[in-house]
Design a protein around this ligand. Structure first.
Ligand code: PEP
Ligand code: MG
Length: 310
């Protein structure tokens, strides 16, 4: 079962892919039945060292991951996502009162285009080896997307690797609200529910006291996911979820019912998410999604899902 393609009980395809950090993770994910990689957290290449990794070092790692997956499986590489809760010793960022609201994700890359260019050149080297996707994190405005895409287009032109899909993470409420306007300019969206929850609820994702309330099943977060799917659908683009909510088997039928067609989960969750999807038809997922969208609190959503669990 875990090696079968992910699908609902009536045969709608839902790709169940994995969140990984490196080639060893990719191998484990494929063994566990992952159909590809929906989030390669590239910052792990940049961590725990004194200098930024060179283009050759990075390319070796991206290509190693791509070889593990092979030419038929998708690989979504997220460009460097640092700042906020992810500092780097050799990339001193200004001291900020609110680092989660400061230089993070794509904002760092656009502030340091030299780092972004090096990374994009390295990622593009994996293009002949796999179904390569490049994804920008923490995008809040079309200006950021366009600036990042312009740099990517230049690097593609000089490398000759044109066949790459480009997407954004939906982690900032403006990206969800404007999904219909982003959609013509991207190939796909991947919803980062960890950050999206923090920014929709204005609750620090690591706050010890608020951790329980910062729940991705909050109706406000679900409404943002629904908006993203509606905006994407209008332009024929696909939506994945790569935040922690995707690994929650109770949430899987809700996400699918909202229009999500790719779930990028932690490797240990691959089998259980596939097994859950196989117990729900697409119509049942849609009905469940509409039911939870109408609820008012996290507790009501969780109680409803517990009652409907299969
Ligand atoms: C997210 O924010 O949901 C996400 C997948 O990114 P990260 O957890 O790496 O910030
Ligand atoms: Mg994030």
């Amino acid at each position: 079962m875990s090696q079968q393609p992910g699908q609902t009980s009536d045969g709608s395809r839902i790709e169940v892919v994995a969140n990984i950090r490196n080639a060893a993770d990719a191998r484990d994910a494929v063994k566990a039945g992952a159909e590809g990689v929906g989030l390669l957290r590239s910052e792990f290449l940049f961590d725990n060292r004194d200098t930024a990794p060179s283009e050759a070092e990075q390319a070796a790692e991206y290509c190693a991951v791509a070889r593990e997956l092979g030419s038929d499986r998708p690989l979504v590489v997220r460009t460097l996502d640092v700042g906020g809760d992810k500092p780097l010793s050799y990339l001193p960022l200004p001291k900020e009162d609110n680092p989660f609201l400061g230089l993070r994700g794509i904002r760092v890359s656009l502030d340091r285009p030299d780092l972004l260019r090096t990374q994009l050149r390295a990622i593009l080297q994996a293009a002949p080896l796999t179904r390569l996707h490049i994804m920008f994190p923490m995008v809040a405005s079309l200006d950021e997307l366009r600036a990042a895409k312009a740099i990517l287009a230049e690097e593609q032109a000089s490398s000759g690797h044109a066949d790459v899909k480009v997407g954004i993470m939906v982690e900032v409420p403006s990206a969800a609200i404007l999904a219909a306007r982003f959609a013509p300019e991207v190939d796909f969206f991947s919803i980062g529910t960890n950050d999206l929850t923090q920014y929709v609820l204005a609750m620090d994702r690591g706050h010890p006291q608020l951790a329980k309330q910062a729940d991705a099943l909050h109706p406000g977060v679900l409404a943002m996911i629904a908006m993203t799917c509606d905006g994407a659908r209008a332009h024929g683009k696909w939506v994945g979820v790569c935040g922690g909510l995707a690994s929650d088997e109770r949430a899987a039928p809700v996400l699918v019912g909202l229009g999500v067609t790719e779930l990028s989960v932690s490797t240990p969750a691959v089998a259980s998410v596939k097994a859950t999807l196989a117990r729900w038809s697409m119509d049942e997922c849609r009905t469940l999604a509409q039911q939870v969208l109408a609820l008012g609190t996290v507790a009501e959503v969780r109680a409803h899902l517990a009652q409907q669990a299969r």
